[in-house]
Design a protein around this ligand. Structure first.
Ligand SMILES: C[S@@+](CC[C@H](N)C(=O)[O-])C[C@H]1O[C@@H](n2cnc3c(N)ncnc32)[C@H](O)[C@@H]1O
Length: 294
């Protein structure tokens, strides 16, 4: 029998550091990419959040990781897409190892680290490097991988025998062999334009794989740093409920506009379209826009 589960999209204008409208143990999977510490694109945001140096930026993110742990069910997973940064400070040029710092900070909040994925984006400029010509020793290795860090909350998730939603969510042997290898080299980055700036969006293929690998149809997927809503839309398309949290008013407004164009959720196996219900379209921080799909 096909899985039939009601699905819903909730978009919250709020702060990932405190998500009081997301209940404890109500989320099965978090798929997210925060603003990366030490990347100039996000300097203005870090300043607004009260962090001007590396450790302070990770202190901000750690509060969000604590919230993720609170809202995850036992056995729920957290997937964090993050890249390291290269930047000079008073002591000179250096690598800022955001992936390592995030591993430590999330683990400190009680989530168990699992083997992670290296996302090596295909590039048209394979020889790009930082340095001077062909003379040693002052050139730098190219930073061309991002990390998809994976964590589990508590014990393995348990399901009743022959759970229909779990069976309907199975991946193929090819998908398993491909997706569960440690290096992904076949996923191109997403276009980055948003108005006059950059969105920091990842391509839908990243959440599409992660959601199919680590959740079942009818589950709830959260993105506490929702941005353009790639995770939210992909979760919905895969028959999962989705919750997106976004702190930037203009980004949030765009997110609500684009998410209202979502088609019916395939999680609804009988094909019935749910009404697009708009409940209080998030005019103040913490408020939410809701769309029901079944
Ligand atoms: C790297 S972007 C996420 C991009 C997203 N994965 C996508 O595909 O569009 C990070 C987003 O987190 C938002 N953000 C930053 N700090 C936040 C916070 N404390 N709470 C909620 N959202 C935050 C930023 O405004 C930005 O839109």
């Amino acid at each position: 029998m096909p899985a039939r589960r009601a699905t819903q999209v909730r978009l919250i204008y709020g702060d990932a550091r405190s998500m009081p409208t997301v209940p404890d143990r109500s989320v099965h999977l978090v798929v997210t990419s925060p603003p990366y510490p030490m990347i100039p694109q996000w300097d203005h945001l870090w300043k607004e959040l009260g962090a001007t140096e590396y450790a302070g930026m990770h202190d901000v993110l750690e509060l969000a990781w604590a919230e993720c742990r609170r809202v995850l069910v036992d056995g729920g997973l957290l997937a964090v897409v993050i890249g390291d940064a290269l930047r000079s400070d008073r002591s000179g040029f250096a690598l800022w190892p955001n992936h390592a710092e995030t591993l430590v900070r999330v683990a400190r909040q009680g989530l168990r680290p699992l083997p992670y994925i290296l996302w090596k984006k295909p590039t048209n400029k394979p020889n790009a490097f930082l340095g001077s010509g062909f003379l040693p020793p002052n050139a730098y290795v190219t930073l061309d991988c991002e990390y998809i860090l994976l964590f589990r909350n508590g014990r393995l998730r348990r399901f009743p025998p022959h759970d229909p939603a779990r069976s309907a969510s199975r991946f193929t042997r090819d998908e398993r062999d491909h997706w569960f290898s440690q290096v992904w080299e076949d996923v191109r980055g997403a276009p980055q334009r948003r108005g006059s700036g950059r969105s920091g969006a990842f391509p839908a293929e990243i959440p599409r794989r992660l959601i199919r690998m680590f959740s079942v149809i009818g589950d709830t997927v959260l993105d506490p740093f929702a941005g353009t809503g790639t995770t939210v839309r992909t979760a919905w398309e895969l028959g999962r409920s989705a919750v997106g949290v976004e702190i930037d008013r203009a980004v949030y407004d765009d997110l609500v506009r684009t998410s209202w164009r979502l088609g019916p959720s395939p999680g609804r196996a009988d094909g019935v379209r749910g009404p697009a219900r708009r409940s209080g379209a998030g005019r103040s921080p913490g408020s939410a826009a809701v769309r029901s799909g079944a």
